[in-house]
Design a protein around this ligand. Structure first.
Ligand code: NAD
Length: 494
């Protein structure tokens, strides 16, 4: 059986492995490889490698760093389909979607190529006569990233290209469910000229995560995953004196006003609800229909759902692949059962596909869902779309604001005034206006509000540069006889 092991010091880890995890092919349901699960010693090896590498990497010139990132970007472009195939085989998403994932990661690499411009400090001459003050951005040292299963290439690329561009060295702990893409990309970065130890990958579970969160040589941790683990990572990491950015789960609402273009809204609801089988933190999972919108929207949504081709991600024409594991599929099936038991109206039932080999589940649509039902309250993270009918825009906003999560939200309307009001009032981190998945480009930053984030730092963009650097402020003057004299007062810079 194929074995996936850690990538430490730019080589595959050959040492003893005490625990292994299974990596499935979600389309067949079979175990296709086993992945090494790191203990404390392996994490320590990776951190030691990163610390050694940092001694010289922090002083590598900005143009050299930038040149390596440009080469990495070219290699990613060249190997885009290879990476996409890995994503299809371990995550289960369809090939076109996987190619899109690589593209969105690559865009962060492109952003990081501009590091000489991004990392500039500020300078004031004459804060006092002949005294200058300037700020410089310096790297944190060794930083770590812990990432979820649903974007095995893109989410790590939200972190390590920018961290490394800023002069840090990196230890990545990707999801143990689909670990191969991280190692493949680390090898490409090495080919691009990245010195040994600047990027290390350790596979593992809670044992590895806990070691990362308490390791004294790690200065900052970026996390993306579910809300309970994000909270845990934030609390333990900050208690251990680290800077932590932790993004959590979501329950994204799509509000459809009665004046919306219902064909556009139906296309968007189906694409954003069932793309990647709903395993996206920005997936739409709740349709909030205002007034009579549901009566006109849901037939169009249903018509589109019936045409979705559910098949293995590498099959020609496949639009929706399987879920990542049998355990996750069964959990989602449990939610469909609970929705039926709670009295919601089941319009499309994805359980028809469950008997196939592989972890398949078809697209599922509920109507007449109420806020007390588990299918509304919980993040299902599968192909289940719930419709909540409300009477007015104000009712839609109350529903939105009573929800603990606030990652993304979308409104569909042709009324510019309503959209403008919504943009201003929505208490959510990422807002789409007639755009169902408003994921910001690499030069903005990504992150939600409320229970979708812990700490204030969001991913990539300028906030990424800020997170991965510390500001040092220098005040300087050069010897001049006129400066002589003792003064015990607090400096007033006159
Ligand atoms: P998860 O929280 O189960 O796992 C994320 C990471 O944490 C993995 O590397 C995993 O190994 C580790 N982990 C899991 N359990 C742990 C524990 N008990 N202690 C320490 N570490 C642990 O998330 P997932 O199932 O891999 O991914 C799906 C979740 O991620 C969803 O909730 C989704 O909304 C969220 N997500 C959020 C964003 C965002 O930007 N906000 C993006 C992608 C995914």
């Amino acid at each position: 059986m194929r074995q996936i092991t850690h990538w430490i010091d730019n080589v595959s880890f050959e040492g003893p492995v005490e625990r292994w995890g299974d990596v499935f092919d979600p389309a067949t349901g079979k175990v296709q490889a086993r992945v090494a699960l790191a203990g404390v010693e392996q994490v320590d090896l990776a951190v030691a490698s990163a610390l050694r590498a940092w001694e010289s990497w922090k002083d590598v010139s900005l143009s050299r760093r930038s040149a390596i990132l440009f080469s990495f970007r070219d290699l990613l472009e060249r190997h885009r389909d290879d990476i996409a195939r890995i994503l299809v085989s371990e995550h289960g998403k369809v090939f076109g979607d996987a190619q899109g994932e690589v593209q969105r990661g690559l865009e962060v690499v492109e952003f990081a190529c501009g590091i000489p411009q991004l990392i500039k400090g500020e300078y004031n001459e004459n804060v006092s006569t002949a005294v200058d003050t300037y700020s410089i951005r310096q790297p944190m040292g060794v930083v770590a990233g812990i990432t979820p299963f649903n974007f095995p290439a893109m989410v790590p690329m939200w972190m390590y290209p920018l961290a490394i561009a800023c002069g840090n060295t990196f230890v990545l702990k990707p999801s143990e469910k689909d670990p191969s893409a991280s190692v493949f990309c680390a090898e490409l970065f090495h080919q691009a000229g990245l010195p040994d130890g600047v990027l290390n990958v350790v596979h593992g579970d809670k044992v590895a995560v806990d070691r990362i969160l308490t390791h004294p040589d790690i200065g900052a941790v970026s996390f993306v995953g579910s809300t309970p683990i994000a909270q845990y990572v934030y609390e333990l990491g900050t208690k251990s004196g680290k800077r932590v950015a932790a993004l959590g789960g979501a329950k994204n609402h799509m509000i459809v006003l009665p004046d919306a273009d219902m064909d556009l809204a139906a296309d968007a609801a189906v694409s954003a609800g069932f793309g990647s089988a709903g395993e996206r933190c920005m997936a739409i999972s709740v349709l909030v229909t205002v007034g009579d919108a549901a009566d006109r929207l849901l037939p169009k949504v249903t018509e589109r759902i019936r045409k979705i081709k559910v098949a293995a991600g590498n099959e020609q024409g496949a639009e929706m692949g399987p879920l990542v594991t049998a355990q996750h599929r069964d959990k989602v099936v449990g939610y469909i059962e609970s929705g039926v038991a709670d009295g919601a109206t089941l319009i499309a039932d994805g359980r028809d596909l469950v008997d196939r080999s592989g972890f398949f589940l078809g697209p599922t649509l509920f109507d007449h869902v109420t806020p007390d039902m588990a299918i509304y309250r919980d993040e299902i993270f599968g192909p289940v779309l719930s419709t909540v009918r409300v009477d007015s825009y104000d009712d839609a906003m109350k529903l939105l604001h009573d929800n603990p999560w606030a990652n993304g939200v979308a409104i569909f309307t042709n009324d510019g005034g309503a959209a403008r009001k919504f943009q201003n009032e929505a208490q959510v981190g990422m807002v789409g206006i007639n755009v169902p998945i408003p994921v910001p480009m690499a030069y903005h930053s990504f992150g939600g509000w409320k229970a979708s984030i812990f700490g204030s730092a969001r991913m990539y963009g300028l906030e990424g540069v800020q997170f991965y650097t510390r500001i040092k402020v220098v005040t300087s003057r050069w010897p001049d006889p006129s400066h002589r004299g003792v003064n015990l007062g607090f400096p007033q810079m006159k």
